[in-house]
Design a protein around this ligand. Structure first.
Ligand SMILES: [Zn+2]
Length: 321
Protein backbone atom coordinates (compact mmCIF):
# COMPACT_ATOMS: atom_id res chain seq x y z
CA UNK A 1 0.00 0.00 0.00
CA UNK A 2 1.25 3.49 -0.87
CA UNK A 3 2.71 5.38 2.07
CA UNK A 4 0.99 8.73 2.53
CA UNK A 5 2.16 11.70 4.57
CA UNK A 6 0.15 13.20 7.42
CA UNK A 7 0.75 16.92 8.03
CA UNK A 8 -0.44 18.80 11.13
CA UNK A 9 -2.20 22.10 10.41
CA UNK A 10 -2.37 24.50 13.37
CA UNK A 11 -4.93 27.25 13.99
CA UNK A 12 -4.83 29.42 17.11
CA UNK A 13 -7.89 29.74 19.39
CA UNK A 14 -7.62 31.47 22.76
CA UNK A 15 -5.57 29.34 25.12
CA UNK A 16 -5.58 26.45 22.66
CA UNK A 17 -3.76 25.47 19.54
CA UNK A 18 -6.26 23.68 17.33
CA UNK A 19 -4.81 20.84 15.31
CA UNK A 20 -6.16 19.48 12.08
CA UNK A 21 -4.32 16.92 9.98
CA UNK A 22 -3.94 16.76 6.23
CA UNK A 23 -3.74 13.27 4.74
CA UNK A 24 -1.89 13.62 1.44
CA UNK A 25 -3.84 10.91 -0.40
CA UNK A 26 -4.98 10.88 -4.07
CA UNK A 27 -8.31 12.09 -2.64
CA UNK A 28 -6.90 14.36 0.07
CA UNK A 29 -8.50 14.39 3.52
CA UNK A 30 -8.51 16.79 6.43
CA UNK A 31 -9.12 15.33 9.86
CA UNK A 32 -10.92 17.86 12.11
CA UNK A 33 -11.56 21.44 11.12
CA UNK A 34 -10.87 23.79 14.04
CA UNK A 35 -13.32 26.68 14.36
CA UNK A 36 -15.06 28.89 11.79
CA UNK A 37 -11.97 30.90 10.86
CA UNK A 38 -9.52 27.95 10.81
CA UNK A 39 -9.97 26.74 7.19
CA UNK A 40 -9.28 30.13 5.59
CA UNK A 41 -6.79 31.49 8.13
CA UNK A 42 -4.97 28.37 9.31
CA UNK A 43 -5.39 25.53 6.82
CA UNK A 44 -5.31 27.23 3.43
CA UNK A 45 -1.92 28.97 3.92
CA UNK A 46 -0.45 25.87 5.61
CA UNK A 47 -1.50 23.72 2.65
CA UNK A 48 -0.15 26.25 0.18
CA UNK A 49 3.19 26.07 1.95
CA UNK A 50 3.40 22.34 1.16
CA UNK A 51 2.16 22.77 -2.40
CA UNK A 52 -1.41 21.58 -1.87
CA UNK A 53 -4.74 23.37 -2.39
CA UNK A 54 -7.63 23.42 0.02
CA UNK A 55 -10.14 23.22 -2.86
CA UNK A 56 -8.77 19.79 -3.76
CA UNK A 57 -9.70 18.29 -0.39
CA UNK A 58 -12.25 15.50 -0.91
CA UNK A 59 -12.78 14.18 2.62
CA UNK A 60 -13.59 16.01 5.86
CA UNK A 61 -13.13 13.42 8.60
CA UNK A 62 -14.42 14.51 12.00
CA UNK A 63 -13.12 12.67 15.06
CA UNK A 64 -15.96 13.96 17.27
CA UNK A 65 -18.55 16.66 17.73
CA UNK A 66 -16.84 19.32 19.85
CA UNK A 67 -16.91 22.91 18.60
CA UNK A 68 -13.14 23.22 18.24
CA UNK A 69 -13.09 20.17 15.92
CA UNK A 70 -16.18 20.69 13.76
CA UNK A 71 -16.64 24.47 13.91
CA UNK A 72 -14.79 24.92 10.63
CA UNK A 73 -16.50 22.04 8.80
CA UNK A 74 -19.08 24.11 6.91
CA UNK A 75 -16.49 26.71 5.89
CA UNK A 76 -14.07 24.01 4.71
CA UNK A 77 -16.84 22.23 2.81
CA UNK A 78 -17.63 25.52 1.04
CA UNK A 79 -13.95 26.00 0.17
CA UNK A 80 -13.97 22.58 -1.53
CA UNK A 81 -16.88 23.70 -3.71
CA UNK A 82 -19.14 21.50 -1.55
CA UNK A 83 -17.48 18.48 -3.11
CA UNK A 84 -15.87 16.98 -0.01
CA UNK A 85 -17.56 14.12 1.80
CA UNK A 86 -18.27 15.03 5.43
CA UNK A 87 -17.85 12.08 7.79
CA UNK A 88 -18.94 11.90 11.45
CA UNK A 89 -20.14 9.23 13.89
CA UNK A 90 -23.91 9.17 14.09
CA UNK A 91 -23.86 9.76 17.87
CA UNK A 92 -22.05 13.10 17.42
CA UNK A 93 -23.83 14.11 14.18
CA UNK A 94 -26.38 16.29 16.06
CA UNK A 95 -23.51 18.66 16.95
CA UNK A 96 -22.76 19.14 13.24
CA UNK A 97 -26.43 19.63 12.37
CA UNK A 98 -27.27 22.09 15.12
CA UNK A 99 -25.58 24.79 17.16
CA UNK A 100 -28.28 24.35 19.80
CA UNK A 101 -27.11 20.78 20.48
CA UNK A 102 -23.91 22.20 22.01
CA UNK A 103 -25.89 24.44 24.37
CA UNK A 104 -28.14 21.58 25.45
CA UNK A 105 -25.12 19.36 26.08
CA UNK A 106 -23.64 22.07 28.31
CA UNK A 107 -26.87 22.49 30.28
CA UNK A 108 -27.32 18.72 30.73
CA UNK A 109 -23.75 18.15 31.93
CA UNK A 110 -21.10 20.51 33.27
CA UNK A 111 -23.48 23.50 33.29
CA UNK A 112 -25.31 21.96 36.26
CA UNK A 113 -22.26 22.54 38.46
CA UNK A 114 -20.86 25.82 37.12
CA UNK A 115 -23.69 27.96 38.55
CA UNK A 116 -23.02 30.61 35.92
CA UNK A 117 -26.22 32.60 35.31
CA UNK A 118 -24.83 33.69 31.95
CA UNK A 119 -23.58 30.22 31.03
CA UNK A 120 -26.29 29.51 28.49
CA UNK A 121 -25.86 32.89 26.76
CA UNK A 122 -22.09 32.41 26.64
CA UNK A 123 -22.56 29.00 25.03
CA UNK A 124 -24.94 30.46 22.45
CA UNK A 125 -22.44 33.23 21.66
CA UNK A 126 -19.56 30.76 21.34
CA UNK A 127 -21.59 28.61 18.96
CA UNK A 128 -22.45 31.62 16.81
CA UNK A 129 -18.84 32.73 16.61
CA UNK A 130 -17.00 29.43 16.38
CA UNK A 131 -19.31 27.27 14.23
CA UNK A 132 -19.21 28.26 10.56
CA UNK A 133 -22.58 26.73 9.72
CA UNK A 134 -25.00 23.91 10.45
CA UNK A 135 -24.36 21.00 8.14
CA UNK A 136 -25.87 17.63 7.28
CA UNK A 137 -23.08 15.02 7.16
CA UNK A 138 -22.78 13.08 3.91
CA UNK A 139 -21.37 9.91 5.51
CA UNK A 140 -22.55 8.68 8.91
CA UNK A 141 -20.33 6.07 10.54
CA UNK A 142 -20.56 3.89 13.63
CA UNK A 143 -17.16 2.16 13.41
CA UNK A 144 -16.14 -0.76 11.20
CA UNK A 145 -16.27 1.15 7.90
CA UNK A 146 -13.43 1.49 5.41
CA UNK A 147 -13.13 4.68 3.35
CA UNK A 148 -11.20 4.75 0.09
CA UNK A 149 -9.10 7.87 -0.38
CA UNK A 150 -8.22 7.04 -3.97
CA UNK A 151 -5.62 4.64 -5.39
CA UNK A 152 -4.95 1.98 -2.78
CA UNK A 153 -5.14 4.38 0.19
CA UNK A 154 -7.70 3.26 2.72
CA UNK A 155 -8.77 4.59 6.09
CA UNK A 156 -10.64 2.42 8.54
CA UNK A 157 -13.01 3.86 11.11
CA UNK A 158 -12.98 2.62 14.72
CA UNK A 159 -15.43 3.68 17.41
CA UNK A 160 -13.57 4.91 20.51
CA UNK A 161 -16.36 6.35 22.70
CA UNK A 162 -15.55 8.01 26.01
CA UNK A 163 -14.42 11.60 25.40
CA UNK A 164 -17.75 11.88 23.56
CA UNK A 165 -20.27 9.19 22.65
CA UNK A 166 -19.38 9.48 18.98
CA UNK A 167 -15.58 9.69 19.12
CA UNK A 168 -13.80 7.74 16.39
CA UNK A 169 -10.25 6.87 15.39
CA UNK A 170 -9.27 7.04 11.72
CA UNK A 171 -6.56 4.51 10.89
CA UNK A 172 -4.46 4.68 7.73
CA UNK A 173 -4.40 1.04 6.71
CA UNK A 174 -0.98 -0.46 6.06
CA UNK A 175 0.98 2.18 7.97
CA UNK A 176 -1.12 2.11 11.16
CA UNK A 177 -1.16 5.88 11.54
CA UNK A 178 -3.98 6.58 13.97
CA UNK A 179 -5.82 9.90 14.31
CA UNK A 180 -7.88 10.07 17.50
CA UNK A 181 -8.79 13.75 18.02
CA UNK A 182 -9.37 14.01 21.78
CA UNK A 183 -9.94 10.29 22.34
CA UNK A 184 -6.66 9.93 24.31
CA UNK A 185 -6.52 12.54 27.06
CA UNK A 186 -3.53 11.62 29.25
CA UNK A 187 -3.69 14.41 31.92
CA UNK A 188 -5.81 16.72 29.79
CA UNK A 189 -4.72 19.86 27.96
CA UNK A 190 -5.06 23.44 29.21
CA UNK A 191 -7.10 22.60 32.32
CA UNK A 192 -4.85 19.73 33.38
CA UNK A 193 -7.73 17.28 33.86
CA UNK A 194 -8.83 14.61 31.39
CA UNK A 195 -12.28 15.05 29.86
CA UNK A 196 -14.66 12.17 29.15
CA UNK A 197 -18.42 11.84 29.39
CA UNK A 198 -18.36 8.05 29.82
CA UNK A 199 -15.55 6.66 31.99
CA UNK A 200 -16.36 2.99 31.32
CA UNK A 201 -16.35 3.48 27.55
CA UNK A 202 -13.21 5.65 27.76
CA UNK A 203 -11.36 2.88 29.64
CA UNK A 204 -12.29 0.20 27.13
CA UNK A 205 -11.46 2.45 24.15
CA UNK A 206 -7.98 3.11 25.58
CA UNK A 207 -7.41 -0.63 26.04
CA UNK A 208 -8.62 -1.26 22.50
CA UNK A 209 -6.15 1.29 21.13
CA UNK A 210 -3.31 -0.07 23.29
CA UNK A 211 -3.90 -3.79 22.74
CA UNK A 212 -5.66 -4.15 19.39
CA UNK A 213 -4.80 -1.14 17.23
CA UNK A 214 -1.25 -0.63 18.61
CA UNK A 215 -0.55 2.63 16.74
CA UNK A 216 2.66 3.04 14.79
CA UNK A 217 1.98 6.77 14.91
CA UNK A 218 -0.65 8.50 17.02
CA UNK A 219 -2.01 11.96 16.19
CA UNK A 220 -3.66 13.95 18.99
CA UNK A 221 -6.07 16.88 18.81
CA UNK A 222 -4.22 18.95 21.43
CA UNK A 223 -0.84 18.78 23.15
CA UNK A 224 -2.02 16.70 26.12
CA UNK A 225 0.10 16.61 29.25
CA UNK A 226 2.12 13.91 30.93
CA UNK A 227 2.01 13.24 34.69
CA UNK A 228 4.80 15.82 35.03
CA UNK A 229 2.70 18.44 33.26
CA UNK A 230 4.90 18.43 30.15
CA UNK A 231 2.85 18.47 26.94
CA UNK A 232 3.26 15.64 24.49
CA UNK A 233 3.53 16.87 20.94
CA UNK A 234 0.59 16.01 18.70
CA UNK A 235 2.58 13.52 16.59
CA UNK A 236 3.67 10.50 18.62
CA UNK A 237 5.78 7.55 17.55
CA UNK A 238 4.95 3.98 18.57
CA UNK A 239 6.75 4.16 21.91
CA UNK A 240 5.28 7.55 22.85
CA UNK A 241 1.84 6.35 21.78
CA UNK A 242 2.06 3.34 24.05
CA UNK A 243 3.19 5.54 26.94
CA UNK A 244 0.37 8.04 26.36
CA UNK A 245 -2.23 5.25 26.27
CA UNK A 246 -0.86 3.61 29.42
CA UNK A 247 -0.68 6.93 31.28
CA UNK A 248 -4.24 7.72 30.21
CA UNK A 249 -5.36 4.38 31.67
CA UNK A 250 -3.38 4.91 34.89
CA UNK A 251 -4.85 8.37 35.42
CA UNK A 252 -8.37 7.16 34.72
CA UNK A 253 -7.89 4.38 37.27
CA UNK A 254 -6.80 6.90 39.93
CA UNK A 255 -9.77 9.15 39.25
CA UNK A 256 -12.13 6.17 39.18
CA UNK A 257 -10.82 4.98 42.54
CA UNK A 258 -11.21 8.40 44.20
CA UNK A 259 -14.59 9.08 42.60
CA UNK A 260 -15.97 5.67 43.52
CA UNK A 261 -15.06 5.96 47.19
CA UNK A 262 -16.07 9.62 47.57
CA UNK A 263 -19.25 9.66 45.50
CA UNK A 264 -20.57 6.62 47.37
CA UNK A 265 -20.85 8.99 50.33
CA UNK A 266 -23.14 11.21 48.27
CA UNK A 267 -22.71 14.63 46.67
CA UNK A 268 -21.63 17.33 49.09
CA UNK A 269 -22.66 20.90 48.31
CA UNK A 270 -20.02 23.25 49.72
CA UNK A 271 -18.61 26.69 48.89
CA UNK A 272 -15.68 25.06 47.12
CA UNK A 273 -15.42 25.81 43.38
CA UNK A 274 -15.22 22.00 42.97
CA UNK A 275 -18.57 21.47 44.74
CA UNK A 276 -20.24 18.98 44.89
CA UNK A 277 -17.07 16.99 44.07
CA UNK A 278 -14.61 18.82 46.35
CA UNK A 279 -13.60 15.63 48.17
CA UNK A 280 -12.57 14.02 44.90
CA UNK A 281 -10.55 17.06 43.81
CA UNK A 282 -8.83 17.15 47.19
CA UNK A 283 -7.97 13.47 47.14
CA UNK A 284 -6.54 13.79 43.62
CA UNK A 285 -4.64 16.95 44.52
CA UNK A 286 -6.33 18.74 41.63
CA UNK A 287 -5.82 22.51 41.82
CA UNK A 288 -6.89 23.60 38.31
CA UNK A 289 -9.66 26.14 37.76
CA UNK A 290 -12.74 23.93 37.29
CA UNK A 291 -14.80 26.79 35.83
CA UNK A 292 -12.53 27.39 32.84
CA UNK A 293 -14.39 26.19 29.79
CA UNK A 294 -14.63 23.48 28.54
CA UNK A 295 -14.49 22.51 32.21
CA UNK A 296 -13.16 18.95 31.97
CA UNK A 297 -13.36 18.43 35.75
CA UNK A 298 -17.14 18.76 35.84
CA UNK A 299 -17.67 16.95 32.55
CA UNK A 300 -15.72 13.96 33.83
CA UNK A 301 -17.16 13.99 37.36
CA UNK A 302 -20.66 14.08 35.90
CA UNK A 303 -19.65 11.05 33.84
CA UNK A 304 -18.63 9.10 36.95
CA UNK A 305 -21.72 10.21 38.84
CA UNK A 306 -23.91 8.98 35.98
CA UNK A 307 -22.01 5.70 35.53
CA UNK A 308 -22.19 4.86 39.25
CA UNK A 309 -25.90 5.63 39.25
CA UNK A 310 -26.23 3.04 36.47
CA UNK A 311 -24.49 0.29 38.49
CA UNK A 312 -26.84 -2.42 39.68
CA UNK A 313 -27.55 -2.44 43.42
CA UNK A 314 -25.08 -4.52 45.42
CA UNK A 315 -22.10 -3.81 43.18
CA UNK A 316 -19.11 -3.44 45.45
CA UNK A 317 -16.73 -1.57 43.21
CA UNK A 318 -16.12 -0.54 39.66
CA UNK A 319 -13.47 -2.22 37.58
CA UNK A 320 -9.86 -1.16 37.89
CA UNK A 321 -7.38 -0.93 35.04
ZN1 LIG B 1 -13.10 17.31 22.33
Amino acid sequence: MTHVDVHPLVSPWGRFGLYSFFIDAPEPAIVDTGIATSPAEGMAPALEAIGRRIEDVRWILLTHGHIDHLGGAHALWELTGRRAQVVVHEADAPFLRSRRAHVDEYLDGRGQYLHDPEGEQKQIATGEAAISGELEPTVLVTGGETLSLGGDVKVSVHAIPGHTAGSVAYVLDGQNAVLVGDGVQVHGAANAFPSYVDPVAYRSSLRYLRDVIRPQNLYLGHPYRTAEGVPYGVELDAEQARAALQQSLDIEARIDDAAWRRLRQGLQETHSPYSPFAAVAEELGYHGDPTLEPSPFFTTMHGYRTSFADEPAGTTGSSFA
